[in-house]
Design a protein around this ligand. Structure first.
Ligand code: DAH
Length: 341
């Protein structure tokens, strides 16, 4: 047994290893439950009392030295593994040119352009909420229950509370603003809206609108028209013309729909404008005095105009996208084609 101990001691002292895995192998070989040193301890129980003292000391010494050696080597490789990998790094290599950078979603690009255009003429940006109460989405906007105009927008009701809806239009933000702020008010409100529509190339159950609201003591229909002409020319090019067609919205009087001269055929007639030379881009009008009153603004002192446009519609015209669904499918081949301004 003494011989075995001495041999092992020699092995321990002379041990030179080169990897963490080898250290683990030796730990198992010597010190695990069935390891050589552990086995020697078992044998030690049977030796005669005369040699017990000397052998016991030697054996303990061997165990301690083996443990120390293992610890020492383990530590060495653990700290080395960091420095080896960092010394393997060549910091002077050029970067990988194939990492592709993401781009903004086309709807975000258009939304930001709309915000930029209106902020140049003093419009601030305000946001409302997507889950809205009946008052802000309908009633305050002159659309009480059973009003036929509610049929214009198929509404998603929040089932637990029929008073709450997913907003069908960003016009609801107008009401919040007028309730909170005193005129003059000049703001646009971009956001997502929801309608219970069958999904097709031209309709979706969720889309985006930008609402505009301008309230002051002396606002006229001419201001509305000029503001929308400015917007259309900034968005679609200086040569763009607009025309206003009389229309109906419950919260504006008079109301109009705005067409721009077709950006594709420049008004000559093509399949995008259905050979009319014009394409519709938004609804607008003078804020109905009753709506001002609903929001505690005195209609004898203040007037205003409002407008609302679909961001998808503007994006489809601007980028000549023929299917609305593409904006929501997250197909990377589609999204890659847009670079953020
Ligand atoms: N809220 C209308 C819609 O979703 C759009 C609209 C029309 C907004 C006329 C307005 C407006 O502010 O004056 O169809």
């Amino acid at each position: 047994m003494l011989e075995k101990i001495n041999n092992l001691l020699q092995e321990v002292e002379g041990l030179a290893l080169s990897t963490k895995e080898q250290v683990e192998e030796y730990r198992i070989k010597w010190l695990s439950k069935k390891g050589q040193i552990t086995v020697l301890f078992d044998e030690f129980k049977t030796v005669t009392p005369e040699v017990k003292r000397e052998l016991g000391q030697k054996l303990n010494d061997l165990k301690n030295k083996a443990q120390e050696k293992i610890n020492e080597l383990k530590e060495k490789f653990e700290s080395n593994s960091d420095s080896t990998s960092s010394s393997d790094l060549d910091l002077s290599l050029p970067g990988d040119p194939n990492i592709s950078v993401g781009s903004r979603h086309p709807l975000s690009i258009i939304k930001n352009q709309i915000i930029d255009i209106f902020s140049k003429i003093g419009f601030t940006v305000s946001e409302g909420r997507e889950i809205e109460d009946d008052w802000h989405n309908f009633t305050a906007l002159n659309t009480p229950e059973n009003h036929p105009a509610r049929d214009m927008q198929d509404t998603f009701y929040v089932s637990l509370n029929p008073e709450m809806v997913l907003r069908t239009q960003t016009s609801s933000v107008q009401v919040h603003i007028m309730e909170k702020q005193k005129p003059p008010i000049r703001t646009i409100s971009p956001g997502r809206v929801y309608r219970n529509e069958a999904i097709s190339a031209r309709a979706h159950c969720q889309f985006h609108q930008v609402e505009g609201l301008y309230i002051d003591s002396n606002v006229s229909f001419a201001d509305l028209k000029q503001t929308l002409l400015y917007f259309s020319q900034e968005m679609f090019g200086k040569e763009t013309q607009i025309r206003l067609r009389p229309s109906y919205f419950p919260f504006t009087e008079p109301s109009a729909e705005v067409d721009i001269s077709c950006t594709i055929c420049k008004g000559k007639g093509c399949n995008v404008c259905k050979y009319t030379g014009w394409v519709e881009i938004l609804g607008c009008g003078m804020v109905d005095p009753q709506v001002l009153e609903n929001c505690s603004i005195d209609p004898n002192k203040f007037k205003g105009f409002a407008f609302g446009m679909g961001i998808e519609r503007i994006a489809m015209l601007k980028y000549q996208v023929k299917d609305l669904r593409l904006f929501f499918e997250n197909d990377i081949r589609f999204l890659k084609q847009f670079t953020s301004a």
